[in-house]
Design a protein around this ligand. Sequence first.
Ligand SMILES: Cc1cc2nc3c(=O)[nH]c(=O)nc-3n(C[C@H](O)[C@H](O)[C@H](O)COP(=O)(O)OP(=O)(O)OC[C@H]3O[C@@H](n4cnc5c(N)ncnc54)[C@H](O)[C@@H]3O)c2cc1C
Length: 408
Amino acid sequence: MRYTDVAIIGGGLAGSTAAAMLGRDGVPSILIDPHQIYPFDFRVEKISGGVQLERFERTGLAQSVLRSATLDGENWIARFGYLLDKVPSQQFGIMYDALVGAIRAEMVEPAEFICDKVIGVTTSDERQKLVLANGDTISARLAVLASGLNVGLRRAVGIERRLVSACHSISIGFDLVPVGRPAFPFPAMTYFSERPSDRIPYLTLFPVGSRMRANLFTYRQADDPWLRAMRHHPVETLNAALPRLRRITGEFDVSGDIKIRPADLHVSTGYVQAGIVLVGDAFATTCPVTGTGTDKVFTDVAQLCNMHIPAWLATEGMGADKIAAFYDDPLKKACDAWSNDKAFKFRSVSIDTGLYWRLQRWTRFLAYLGDGTLRRTRKVIRPERKLRAHSSSPSSSTSSSSSLSSSA
Ligand SMILES: Cc1cc2nc3c(=O)[nH]c(=O)nc-3n(C[C@H](O)[C@H](O)[C@H](O)COP(=O)(O)OP(=O)(O)OC[C@H]3O[C@@H](n4cnc5c(N)ncnc54)[C@H](O)[C@@H]3O)c2cc1C
């Protein structure tokens, strides 16, 4: 049997981030995952700027990890074939396997990695016992369950999950390539749906290396024939759903595999248990349309590793009262509630046909249009002001007067 302070089950985004943070803080920990190198998985493919980036920064890993990502710099916002705004942007494009790989590369001793599957967990107020598929066992003061959608281990300790919304949305990922030109005119673009009946909230295009990656979202059932059409005739199907998209993109083609992934919304129940804590998707899943999954992962892991684990390890035992403090953490609770609320509001604002939501859609459209107009106006005014300031500055007046005198 191997002994450690923290055993982390699952080395996706949540588990790998926790292992890297604990190693850096000198906490003995073991990360267990069946994949030595995280395989391709259609998940989050970009980290957004603003709040999401701040949350990532709280893990202390953002700076080094994002060096291997592609920064867009500007995101065009468009709808109905019209460019509404060109927003300065800090989206970092990175495929999920590369993101997890870059985070795992930040792991240092005393954090260790074991390439295996956990097949059994027994918990108590004192020590937690993990059984691996190869027969080895690990004894830890705390088990962190970061096993994503895998339900098996949770059940073993009496944690169930409640289905909040079945097939809440479907995400479609592919590469978009320009036809007859070397590149698209935009660094990145968010194109909002043209009609609620298409059940598409938006299409986001963003660079990952030299590729223009496309994430298209839709609110449809998993057996909708539209998905088959999208898989077999993506260009025609996309043009039929977003007929004015080409005004901005120009002619395009789709290259490589098309990944289609439905997402259910789940939340765990009966999770306040001695010795074990759930983070990331293992605790609750999010709707990919809202792009809040990583907000939840980074909030969970940053709060757990920066605050709770150091406090828990400083005293004897690992009773349920200690674990409850994590689920009651105000930052975690606020992030979970915000993410869940957004999942339903985004769906309504995209496809509901009631008067309130129609007004919301137009308000959003007008807000983008207003922001874009303001930004364009500022851009025109600023250079004029600069020009005026320049011509009234002492050095420029000297040069202009000298040029006047010379011409005279
Ligand atoms: C299509 C799609 C698009 C998304 N887009 C976005 C987005 O744009 N923005 C955003 O913020 N979020 C997005 N998300 C959500 C985000 O990807 C997830 O919230 C996040 O990846 C969850 O990470 P995790 O570590 O909790 O789970 P996972 O990444 O699923 O990791 C679970 C890990 O546990 C391991 N594991 C499972 N069982 C065991 C076991 N018994 N023993 C050992 N290891 C085990 C697995 O091998 C895996 O490595 C998207 C999700 C999907 C599905």
